[in-house]
Design a binder for this molecule. Sequence first.
Ligand SMILES: [Zn+2]
Length: 409
Amino acid sequence: MNIRPVFNLTLSRICKIGFLIATFIIIITGCTQNTKGPVSLKDHEWTQHYEWIRDFGYERIPITNIKSLWPPSELFVPAYTLDMIDNYVESLHNLPWVMPTPSADENMILGKTPGWPEGKELLWPDSTPLQKWEELDPFVPPQNIYGFMITDPDEDGEKIKVILTGGIHPVEYNGSWALHAMIEFLISDNQHARDIRRKVIFFVYPSANPDGRYLAQKRLDLDDLVRPHPEGHPDVVRGNPELYAAGEIDMNRVWRTEGRFAIVDILKDAMIRDTGGRADYSWDFHGGFRIRHDYRAMPDAMGSLYAGALKKREPGIPRRIQSQALDERLWGWLALEDNGMYVKYPFLYEPHALMEKERIFEVGRSLALAFYDVVTGIAPHPDEIELPDPQPDPNYHISTPERARRLSK
Ligand SMILES: [Zn+2]
């Protein structure tokens, strides 16, 4: 009579232990799968809910070891590598609504970056020392700079022109993921995407600083790239060898230069030639590192119908009106009228580095769908849209373990 309950108890313990071991094995296997070899975007994560995202094979490389940051940087989105950019552009070749820009060759390549010669010394230009810089091999083979268009080629007539750029800051991978999502929606079979393509032409330059990203990929242990920031929070490398050699450290502070940096010249010339020197909108994709999340525009752009559509579709993302001191930046260069290139409404997006992965894709789609609202005349004036209370905080700090755990899935 006494034996049965004891047996049951033992069985229950065995079950529990078995369950724990199984869970452990699943976790270990999952981690191994996530760090080695190509993975499929569809199989692993992010995209199960979104029929408009195509499958994409990529090497999942987690970003690690920013010891001064919390939550642990393993929770950041995986690196969006140069290989991924090459493979992604390649995957677009056969789509009838994707084509090289006028400046690009048939492979959608605008030109090559200068890279950095093997064995040549490269000194860090900043007076602020960068940890372990001298341990980093600065060799960078020349990389592709891409330019392609998305539009319905069978639809003639006046179209809204939109410039999309990403990758200026090498380790802001979440921005590259958001751009990936926006493009995926724009090229999809979705009826709204078709309507957008009929009325809008997108000029896409997805990799604005490949040499910088190449260096960053050698050091995904980002601690090696962190330097003390004057405001007390960590900063990371933002340039590339060509810039460092010339004493500059930030790829987004050199857009008023001419003849100094090959990548800047190639991209500026391409944008001017491809668009005829004028465009209606632009998005530059960055990636708020730990705490920042917002999109920014000048006052005029924030008053546009597109901004009204954005406000309606993404009321939870903080908006920041920025009106001054932008001219050294890419979007500042685009906003000025005396350049040979002028964009009426330039925007910049900084997704949060710890955003839920599905949300990054959802936002990419929203940035595209707001153009649907514009071309169909349903975009509201921004003044008509009430934002929720309390207002979203642009420096929202994700710090709860629950939230972090969700992100790590
Ligand atoms: Zn940035």
